[in-house]
Design a protein around this ligand. Structure first.
Ligand SMILES: Nc1nc2c(ncn2[C@@H]2O[C@H](COP(=O)(O)OP(=O)(O)O)[C@@H](O)[C@H]2O)c(=O)[nH]1
Ligand SMILES: [Mg+2]
Length: 322
């Protein structure tokens, strides 16, 4: 039914890309097959994550950075995931990007993604969309996520460089540390530096970073910007490119990508095992009975889960032959 989509996407069809992303986003029955076909064509794109609180200026920064990359002739993909957005589905875009003159530029693909079914983490569909943009031939893929809960920690698993955006408003640096942002940032940027407190905040972050006395190949720089005015963007871009170069030269990037593939492997096992269990709970008498017992609280879910896992692996074991 979608036979031509993959070759069309690989040949650079914007329309095919949009179509495949929709199929993946809706978790169409074709998505796994599409991903399988596209996987061999991935790996060339550089992935940049921008995370931080809602309203910090992430989309504005993404827009400005995308323009710099475009000016260098790069093909750019932008994916925004905003669970705080009251809108759902793929139709809504951060207004910064919706209004951007990047729209209509065929070298830039912009997509806002729903967070449905992500349990607060980064939606699986986002990871897959990044893969599609990679296969499509994007040179740089920018992933914008809101730094609340699990999503900003997941971002590490998807991108090669993480930019954490903070704003001078009170308490932000402490919150960032609590939320684990200090751990994942490769570059810090204090945006809205036109507001009071930016310098103090930069000092705070720098001080917090100095508490970490581990030997490191990369110490995150702390920058400032006024994204809406385009101030500090070149410096941010330079810091990102420097991180990219250091990561490539020291092998950090290779380690990160290896780790990513490992997580992808285990995550897929988890997803597949759960799907299989869900399917069996409907079709298999003993598992259905077990589920009923769990539901009625006559067995605890942990004991039941261990029984189910044993059953699942037992039925997979090949029969002995003489
Ligand atoms: N004062 C000020 N406003 C900014 C700056 N950067 C972005 N904004 C504004 O902050 C608002 C939120 O920006 P947006 O990029 O949508 O934030 P996001 O939610 O992090 O993506 C918009 O109205 C921007 O114009 C800045 O450096 N200073
Ligand atoms: Mg945004």
């Amino acid at each position: 039914m979608h036979d031509n989509l993959v070759p069309e996407l690989l040949a650079g069809s914007f329309r095919a890309l949009a179509r495949v992303i929709s199929l993946i986003e809706n978790e169409s029955s074709d998505s796994v097959r599409l991903l399988e076909q596209l996987h061999p064509h991935t790996g060339a794109a550089y992935r940049l994550g921008i995370t931080g609180p809602s309203g910090a200026g992430k989309s504005t920064l993404a827009d400005r950075l995308a323009k710099l990359y475009r000016a260098d002739g790069n093909r750019v993909g932008i994916i925004t995931v905003d669970p705080t957005s009251p809108f759902s589905g793929g139709a809504f875009l951060g207004d910064r990007l919706r209004m951007s003159d990047l729209y209509g530029d065929e070298g830039v693909f912009i997509r806002s993604m729903a967070t449905r079914g992500s349990h607060g983490g980064l939606p699986r569909t986002t990871r897959n969309a990044v893969k599609l943009l990679d296969a499509y031939g994007s040179d740089v893929i920018i992933v914008e996520t809101v730094g609340v809960g699990q999503a900003e920690l997941d971002i590490m698993d998807v991108v090669d460089t993480v930019v954490v955006v903070l704003v001078p408003e009170g308490g932000d640096s402490m919150q960032a540390m609590k939320a684990g942002l200090m751990e994942i940032a490769d570059v810090f940027v204090v945006n809205k530096a036109d507001r009071p407190g930016a310098d103090a905040m930069m000092k705070d972050i720098t001080a917090m970073l100095s508490w970490d006395t581990r030997e490191r190949q990369w110490v995150p720089p702390v920058l400032s910007s006024q994204a809406h005015q385009g101030i500090g963007i070149e410096e941010l871009w330079e810091a990102i490119e420097k991180h990219r170069k250091v990561s490539e030269d020291t092998g950090l990037l290779a380690v990160r990508r290896r780790e990513r593939r490992r997580h992808e492997f285990f995550r897929t096992i988890r997803e597949q095992a759960e799907q299989e269990a869900q399917r069996l709970a409907v079709t298999d008498g003993s598992l259905a009975a077990l589920l009923k017992q769990v539901e009625s609280n006559s067995i605890d879910p942990y004991t039941a889960a261990l029984i189910a896992v044993k059953q699942l692996s037992a039925r997979r074991r090949p029969r002995k032959t003489q």
